[in-house]
Write a protein that binds this ligand. Structure first.
Ligand code: PLP
Ligand code: ZN
Length: 432
């Protein structure tokens, strides 16, 4: 027996590890996974995790090359034969002087989760939750999505040989994400409504149609997403940074980061706890509004931001994210769409690249330095959550805008096929 169980975070009701309900049957609260304390902790557990950082051997891929399943004891202790893995994770931790200068934080590092197999951190949660879906004998999988969850589910359902239903808000999903969902073979429904309406619908359909739900209210998604934190700590030789900054939408990732840090501390993996900074878009900032009031009450807004992955007005993981911010002495801040797009242009221009929502973390780090919350010499890790190619339209729109011309615009220019025209264009650009 692995000793893993599920517990309601609201009322404490406990469920078996293999119970497929995604909410507490007693009070409808969200569930969390509890692990047995690993047989070894501290330096011995660090050594065990480090020993699994093996270079890929031959063909096959799968769990032993995964940056998620390396942390098996902290994710889902299960037999290797049950695991559905691409593999995923093993994303780089990047240092780029351009970004150090732009943010004013010379020690800034970027954890690039856009380099996961389907281009976002959602793969880390999906490998675990789809593994669990198979363990509980699920026959069909479903999710509501702003795009990346659907793209990831579509791929992992295909890996697992299970049908998938993806419910997205019509006209609000970035092109790359919708393209992936269709291409990987999920049944895709475009709902005339926003993401919050899609999530309501997915929960209703789950009950009626006996679908296994893979939104981030699914606690096994949270377990997988914790490995972003474990992996970045490991990359820093378990020396905790001062801050971890991430974009915040439905707040599943904020909750996952809080749980990862609590466990890393309890199990002796780290001595100091980094502070979490959750960054919302100003037009979709219900969590920031609650933070301003000391979390006195929950807010709900009509969301509106270019960063579609965080365009969420009623975040599902509110309560567990509050705990994550409180327990890490964290903060919640906002950035405007203008700041997000400028940060994105700088990240892209540095040759790194990310989607708009991801740039909120870099814009947020810069804002928190200006607000005097983060210190100039502090070690900050900003998480880039998704890949540049997820949202090509946002790139074209930014670089081709003329009135006013954005600060880092780099519009392409059309010319005739002559050297004269080419030279004239290069000269005119130098003169600008
Ligand atoms: C899902 C997602 C987010 C938001 O994460 P939450 O867990 O919903 O807060 C941010 N950026 C990208 C690229 C995402 O796909
Ligand atoms: Zn409960």
């Amino acid at each position: 027996m692995s000793g893993t169980r599920q517990r309601c975070a609201t009322c404490g009701h406990e469920l078996a590890e293999t119970d497929a309900q995604v909410r507490c049957p007693a009070c409808q609260g969200l569930l969390e996974i509890l692990h047995a304390r690993p047989a070894v902790t501290g330096a011995a557990l660090r050594a065990r995790f480090d020993g699994r950082r093996v270079p890929p051997r031959g063909a096959g891929g799968g769990a032993q090359e995964s940056g998620v399943w390396r942390f098996l004891e902290a994710v889902l202790p299960t037999a290797a034969s049950e695991i559905v893995s691409y593999p995923e994770g093993n994303t780089p931790l990047l240092e780029r002087p351009t970004l150090g200068r732009w943010t004013g934080l010379p020690r800034l590092l970027l954890k690039h989760e856009g380099l996961n197999p389907t281009g976002s951190f959602k793969d880390r949660g999906m490998t675990v939750a789809v593994t669990q879906a198979r363990r509980v004998g699920a026959r069909a999988l479903a999710c509501a999505s702003t795009g990346n969850t659907g793209a990831s589910l579509a791929a992992y359902a295909s890996l697992a040989g299970l049908p998938a239903l993806v419910i997205v808000p019509q006209g609000q999903v970035a092109l790359g994400k919708l393209t992936q969902t269709i291409a990987y073979g999920a049944r895709t429904l475009l709902v005339r409504g926003n993401f919050d309406a899609c999530l309501d619908l997915a929960e209703q359909a789950r009950e009626r149609l006996e679908l296994y739900l893979l939104n981030s209210i699914n606690p096994f998604r949270i377990e997988g997403q914790k490995t972003i934190v474990f992996e970045l700590l490991q990359q820093l030789d378990w020396a905790a940074p001062d801050w971890i900054v991430l974009p915040a939408g439905n707040l599943g990732n904020t909750a996952a980061f809080g749980k990862a840090l609590a466990e890393a501390r309890d199990w002796g993996l780290i001595a100091d706890t980094p502070r979490l900074a959750a960054v919302q878009a100003a037009g979709a900032a219900p969590f920031a509004a609650s933070f301003q009031e000391g979390f006195a009450r929950r807010h709900r807004v009509e969301p509106r931001t270019v960063a579609s992955a965080i365009n969420i007005g009623n975040p599902a993981s509110y309560e567990r994210a509050v705990r994550a911010i409180r327990e890490t002495n964290g903060v919640v801040t906002t950035v405007t769409d203008e700041e997000i797009l400028e940060a994105k242009a700088v990240v892209d221009g540095a040759g790194v690249g990310c989607e708009p929502a991801s740039a909120a973390s870099v814009a947020g780090a810069r804002r928190l330095l200006r607000d005097g919350v983060i210190g100039r010499e502090q070690r900050v890790v900003a998480v880039l959550t998704g890949h540049l190619l997820k949202d090509p339209e946002s790139v074209t729109r930014y670089h081709q805008q003329t009135d006013p011309r954005p600060p880092h615009a780099n519009p392409p220019v059309e010319i005739g096929p002559t050297l004269g025209e080419l030279e004239r264009e290069l000269r005119s650009r130098d003169a600008r």
